[in-house]
Design a binder for this molecule. Structure first.
Ligand SMILES: N[C@@H](CCC[C@H](N)C(=O)O)C(=O)O
Length: 303
């Protein structure tokens, strides 16, 4: 009785943000001191036992992380993105917009142009000024080039239903299937199957797409490592490029940019593909909360 209790480690600061309802736990770690393994990330992203999110964005200086140190002369900040199951993905399009919004929110950058390092390389971002009513300005990201490497004959399947799909790589892999109705894919509680076997050795994000009008589509997505989400930025870019090719539009051949509006369950993204192959994505990004994890929960994460 009366002994001095052991000092408690401080709780970990975090924020919560989303882009078209693709939501993320944001963990500021400017000097790269945290070692959050897959189990810790999955716990943070758990919607019942943690903060909850489709993924985690760790905000670290490029120079302080071995995965991005080689990019430090081109981008001060590195987006260390993880899926909600703790797995690492090369790229997250909505994540980059939310990451940029966080940098403004934290006073680390001003609205305007900036660069962000990702595992898929450096991405150029433009953050618009907030509207006069305080509405956060939209964020545009240069997502780089889409690759459509084939092979022909890819299919995705859910239960008994099978659809042909297009392989599109936006830094991460996507299988894009055009369907007659978005409910055809059912509940999407489990990952759609893909064939031929082995075509996606690292797993794949699967998009189901319907037409809404000229250069206007709507989609659902089952994300590798996160399940069905309400939006996927790389998925929307993959869908826009696949829809353009299906519609006989290729900016590289015509010299004319092509813009598609992509509606997702969580909102709308506008995707423009340029004659040089670059794909730009524009949409909203918001910070909705900030707080501190309980010290014991923090200790369990970092143990
Ligand atoms: N939601 C993201 C994509 C996140 C990564 C994806 N689940 C993968 O494993 O490739 C986006 O907005 O692009």
């Amino acid at each position: 009785m009366g002994g001095v209790s052991a000092p408690t480690a401080p709780g970990l600061p975090f924020l919560k943000g989303h882009g078209t309802q693709n939501d993320f736990v944001i963990v500021p770690d400017p000097d790269g001191r945290l070692d959050l393994g897959p189990a810790a990330v999955a716990r943070l992203c758990d919607r019942r036992a943690g903060i909850g999110g489709d993924g985690m964005l760790r905000v670290v200086r490029s120079a302080a992380d071995p995965a991005a140190a080689h990019l430090a002369d081109r981008a001060e900040w590195f987006m260390d993105y993880r899926n909600s199951d703790g797995s690492i993905a090369e790229m997250c399009g909505n994540g980059v917009r939310v990451f940029a919004r966080y940098l403004v929110h934290a006073g680390l950058v001003k609205p305007g142009p900036l660069t962000i390092a990702t595992r898929a390389g450096v991405r150029a971002v433009r953050i618009a000024e907030d509207g006069p009513d305080g509405t956060p300005g939209e964020v545009t990201v240069d997502m780089g080039r889409a690759l459509l490497p084939g092979p022909d004959g890819i299919e995705v399947a859910v239960g008994e239903r099978i659809w042909p799909a297009r392989n599109v790589n936006m830094g991460n892999p996507h299988a894009v299937a055009f369907v007659d109705g978005l409910d055809e894919a059912g509940d999407l509680y489990t990952a759609p199957r893909t064939s031929p076997e082995g075509v996606y050795p690292e797993g794949v994000n699967v998009e189901f797409v319907v037409d809404r009008g000229p250069r206007h589509v709507a989609m659902r997505v089952f994300e590798r490592g996160s399940g069905e989400t309400r939006s996927c930025g790389t998925g929307a870019c993959a869908v826009a490029v696949a829809a353009a090719r299906r519609d006989g539009l290729d900016p590289a051949s015509t010299g004319q940019s092509v813009t598609y509006t992509v509606d997702l369950p969580g909102g709308r993204l506008v995707i423009e593909e340029f004659p040089d192959g670059r794909v730009e994505m524009t949409g909203p990004a918001e910070i909705v909360a900030s707080g501190t994890l309980d010290p014991d929960f923090t200790a369990a994460l970092t143990a």
